[in-house]
Design a protein. Structure first.
Length: 203
């Protein structure tokens, strides 16, 4: 039987704008798309990796996207004490080829999203505006937010107010509110004059 030589798993950390979140970047694709776990309950159901990470007393949230895992810690722990433990744990976990996200997760989340989005039917001019707002967020905002270990999703547009959902390191990050107001809000207002305000919800 042929043995396939796998390239060793490399892992490094990157700071995020949120002092409580750290990005663990690997050279492997972990999950195409985004998976945000705020609590152990969702992790137990859909992510063997997140489930195991939640067993550490200092882990508060897990966000998996493409080739990185953003870990949000409990504020009373210091990264100096826990970073190396998490780094070696994630490296070993990925090296062993264990499951990161269970199959069916994307469909289940899409279904859940569809259920919570009921009632937002856009027609005519409003549908055009929503498409434009979504495109602007996907093109200009998402890539920058992903580099910081987080994610942003359009949720709704009603009476001039755009609601977005923040995930990963952006959730609960002190600087995300500033980014939201100074960056995203001013850009959308410039490009889509109908936008009066941008507000965020935690994903």
């Amino acid at each position: 039987m042929e043995t396939v030589t796998q390239s060793p798993v490399m892992i490094y950390t990157e700071q995020t704008p949120n002092p409580e979140s750290l990005k663990f970047v690997t050279n492997k694709m972990l999950h195409q798309g985004t998976a945000d776990f705020r609590d152990a309950e969702l992790a137990n159901e859909w992510s063997p990796l997140a489930k195991t990470l939640f067993e550490f007393p200092y882990v508060k949230g897990i966000y998996v996207c493409n080739n990185f895992v953003t870990v949000t810690k409990e504020f009373n722990y210091s990264w100096d004490d826990i970073m190396l433990k998490l780094k070696s744990f994630i490296k070993e976990y990925v090296s062993e080829g264990k499951a990161i996200i269970t199959e069916g997760f994307v469909e289940a989340m899409a279904k859940r999203e569809a259920e919570t989005d009921v009632g937002y039917e856009y027609t005519g001019d409003e549908a055009e505006l929503v498409k434009k707002i979504k495109d602007l967020i996907d093109t200009y905002v998402k890539p920058a937010v992903e580099m910081d270990g987080g994610n942003i999703e359009f949720k709704s547009f009603k009476e001039g107010i755009v609601t977005v959902v923040l995930q990963g390191s952006c959730s609960g990050c002190p600087s995300s509110t500033v980014t939201l107001k100074s960056g995203i809000e001013s850009m959308l207002q410039r490009m889509v004059p109908e936008v009066k305000e941008v507000v965020s919800e935690m994903g």
